[in-house]
Design a protein around this ligand. Structure first.
Ligand code: UDX
Ligand code: ADP
Length: 467
């Protein structure tokens, strides 16, 4: 029986290995992690990763051919294929802090593999989003250890990046658009292809060079982020000219050459989440480190436009409400970085809240999925006592001067906006950062409405432009 071990039981490793175990009953899959708490959670009824369908997948194979363990060394030593799926955050200290990826977790995983490998030959598979040529560094660490006399174990290093989005991980993993496998050793590539061939059609399993596979992960994220920033840059011009960004992006996305229809062309308050901005910045850093400052600058602009869009939204809110929100209550509907997830990491909503709090507002936040703890953690640094967490949208908006819609939760479309209006101060403002509300209907009720990229409310035209 082929044995697979995955180092890192996080957002990527956990779901990816669970689906692999489901689809490959003849393969024994063990996911290991240094965090005992994480492993305990994977072995419990409350999984540490919330993804639709994941519970059922884990329940179907845990105890059959899927297990979770904190005994990293033992399982790595006994595996034929070792996936590395550890976190690769941005360096927070030292040289290139804030720009370069922090490979400390990845390096510690490489050293564990090297030290515990014994003489059994292995295929090592990079799953984490790593810089190009990390596989070569992995080979160097493994070779250095082999030279140190671990019995001459043979290692083949492959790159097999993961492309799923949060909230649709299981759906994607069951039917991926593509599986990318990069590697030099044809035998190792074939072995990994055979694993995926259990459920992925062969024309969707794409083999390529090692560096190309490594780069494809950051490049894919960067292209998606670039589409959102392009739509957002157009949204600013739409507001200035009276065009409607959703009409413009529909026209743009309708061109087959743009590819993929309108996905990642929705303008809004900006992109967030743990991956997108981080991947673009790491790509920019790779360009810089390879002596390509113009290419680096191009990708940094994608993130700069995203920052501009979040700042522009805050300035619109403040400018509309007569130049200050000091002492005013602002309701914030939605705190997750996107609808359908309970995750507020790098959420644009958190940035908007911090901007409003910095100008002296009180914010009352409601999100159907994000925990109060997360909301408080993201806003604590600014003004702890000025943040309230509301049970529902009506409570959040009661007595507020303005309402900001910052996550496109479906339920926000169906709210009783007449009831919200009745409970608010006058003039009552709605600032829609996600294209959620029916602008015409809300204006009929009496709201002053600002919606990103839409023709400006006649009422706002008289206000000073957002600086
Ligand atoms: C992303 C990539 O889509 C995925 O392929 C990669 O593996 C990990 O990063 P994820 O971060 O889960 O996935 O979310 P995604 O759906 O891409 O959305 C990211 C952010 O962009 C969200 O804040 C979302 O609201 C925003 N977004 C997305 C837009 O503002 N407009 C869009 O049209 C699409
Ligand atoms: P991702 O989103 O890439 O999956 P996460 O932070 O969710 O990232 O998960 C990465 C996991 O990898 C964490 O649970 C962390 O404890 C684990 N990890 C990091 N370094 C090691 C290591 N050397 N050995 C085992 N597990 C590790």
């Amino acid at each position: 029986m082929v044995k697979i071990c995955c180092i890192g039981a996080g957002y990527v490793g956990g779901p990816a290995m669970a689906v692999m175990a489901l689809k490959c009953p003849s393969i024994e899959v063990t996911v290991v992690d240094v965090s005992r708490r994480r492993i305990d959670a994977w072995n419990s009824d409350r999984l540490p990763v919330l993804e639709p369908g994941l519970d059922a997948v884990v329940r179907a194979c845990r105890g059959r051919n899927l297990s979770f363990s904190a005994d990293v060394d033992r399982h790595v030593a006994g595996a034929d294929i070792v996936f590395v799926s550890v976190n690769t955050p941005t360096k927070s200290r030292g040289l290139s802090a804030g720009r370069a990826p922090d490979l400390a977790y990845w390096e510690s995983a490489a050293r564990v593999i090297a030290a515990s490998a014994g003489s059994r030959s292995k295929i090592i598979v990079e799953k984490s989003a790593v810089p190009v040529r990390t596989a070569e560094a992995m080979e160097r660490i493994l070779l250095a250890h082999a030279g140190g006399g671990n019995g001459g174990a043979a290692f083949q290093v492959l790159s097999n990046p993961e492309f799923f989005s949060e909230g649709s991980a299981v759906r994607y993993l069951l039917r991926p658009d593509r599986v990318v496998i990069g590697g030099r050793d044809t035998g190792a590539v074939r072995a990994l292809r055979e694993v995926y061939a259990h459920w992925v059609p062969s024309d969707r399993i794409v083999s390529m060079g090692l560096c190309s596979a490594e780069l494809s992960k950051l490049a894919a994220s960067a292209f998606l982020a670039q589409r959102v920033s392009s739509a957002n840059a157009i949204s600013a011009l739409c507001e200035a000219t009276g065009a409607d960004v959703s009409e413009v992006t529909r026209a743009v996305g309708g061109d087959g050459r743009v590819g993929g229809g309108c996905s990642h062309l929705s303008s809004g308050v900006g992109f967030g989440g743990p991956s997108l901005a981080k991947d673009v910045l790491h790509l920019a850093y790779a360009c810089e480190a390879n002596g390509l400052p113009e290419a680096a600058e191009y990708w940094r602009q994608v993130v700069a436009v995203n920052e501009y869009q979040k700042g522009r939204f805050v300035r619109r809110v403040v400018a509309s409400m007569f130049g200050t929100v000091a002492g005013k209550k602002v309701a914030v509907l939605g705190f997750a970085f996107k609808a359908g997830v309970a995750d507020a990491r790098e959420s644009p909503a958190a940035d908007v809240c911090r901007g409003l709090l910095a100008d002296g507002a009180h914010v009352s936040v409601h999100d159907p999925a994000v925990s109060e703890r997360q909301i408080r953690r993201e806003t604590a640094a600014v003004a702890k006592e000025k943040v309230r967490v509301a049970r529902d949208a009506y409570e959040a908006a009661e007595g507020a001067h303005g309402v900001c819609v910052l996550t496109a939760w479906e339920e926000f479309r169906a709210l009783d906006y007449r009831r919200i209006f009745d409970g608010m101060r006058r003039p009552a403002f709605v600032f829609d950062g996600r294209g959620v509300v029916d602008v015409g209907k809300l204006r009929e009720i009496g709201f002053v409405v600002y919606a990103v990229g839409k023709p400006l409310d006649p009422w706002l035209k008289g206000m000073p432009a957002a600086a």
